[in-house]
Design a protein around this ligand. Structure first.
Ligand code: 5GP
Length: 237
């Protein structure tokens, strides 16, 4: 697999072409952003930790029968993935109230959400990823009703698998964001799953062990990610 030109640089990852038109390389950088890129910092080891964390989670999801874009680890900071046509809609499931939900509805942080909620956001930094719904997604052509139904079902299947995985490590999966894309007509899970895009709390103390440590200036960001990896049996190198 030959690495070719950079196709795209996101806030924390870069995408490179390969000699295979169906595959691209994701490179996880140490860059960390919050508030739609308004705050940027470089955190040592983050690229390696998130790349290996994501590989571990994608492996677990694939083993549970959830189709993902992940094809394999290439190095400490790079993995090979299928080249998807990305759907510009973020799918968020919440098991416990936190973050945007608390801000938007004034509900109490830490409240159990039964059943878990499902929300859609438009992937658009300039607009601060506004909340949308199925009707808007269909009308503006961001996703078809069939795609939205499948994305929702897949996002909940991910919840079943990962809630248990993290619970076995003494962690609460509070909420998470997933992105999907199309490959040969099929919806696959894309992007990444790492503590950058989910909330994880210690089940006993409710200590935050995810990117909220960065957002809220709590420190020990990567150390917390590494502790999560240790607890769920992921080899973060
Ligand atoms: P909230 O709506 O509470 O800000 O986010 C809900 C969940 O989705 C959190 O776990 C958060 O980390 C994740 N999330 C939402 N939007 C983004 C995003 O643009 N980037 C990343 N990395 N995670 C996001």
């Amino acid at each position: 697999m030959e690495k070719r030109q950079q196709l795209y640089a996101g806030k924390a990852k870069s995408v490179f072409a390969t000699d295979d038109p169906d595959h691209v390389i994701l490179q996880f950088r140490d860059d960390t952003s919050a508030f739609d890129g308004e705050r940027m910092e470089s955190l040592a080891r983050k690229g390696r930790v998130n790349n290996r964390f994501n590989a571990f989670i994608m492996g677990k999801l694939q083993a549970a029968g959830i189709a993902t874009h992940f094809s394999g680890l290439l190095s400490d900071t790079e993995c090979l993935v299928k080249k998807l046509e990305m759907i510009p809609v973020e799918c968020v499931v919440r098991n416990i109230a936190a973050g945007g939900l608390v801000r938007r509805l004034g509900v109490e942080e830490g409240q159990a959400l039964v059943p878990p909620t499902f929300e859609l956001f438009l992937k658009n930094d300039a607009m601060h990823d506004p909340m949308i719904n199925e009707s808007l997604a269909e009308t503006f052509g961001w996703a078809t009703p069939e795609q939205l139904a499948e994305m929702k079902a897949l996002t909940f299947r991910v919840n079943d698998v990962l809630k248990r995985l993290f619970a076995d490590g003494g962690l609460l999966l509070v909420d998470y964001k997933l992105e999907f894309g199309v490959f040969e007509g099929k919806i696959l899970l894309g992007d990444e799953f790492s503590p950058d895009g989910c909330r994880l709390w210690d089940a006993a103390t409710r200590e935050k062990m995810d990117k909220d440590r960065f957002r809220q200036g709590l420190g020990g960001v990567i150390e917390a990610y590494e502790e999560v990896g240790r607890r769920i049996g992921a080899d973060l190198g």
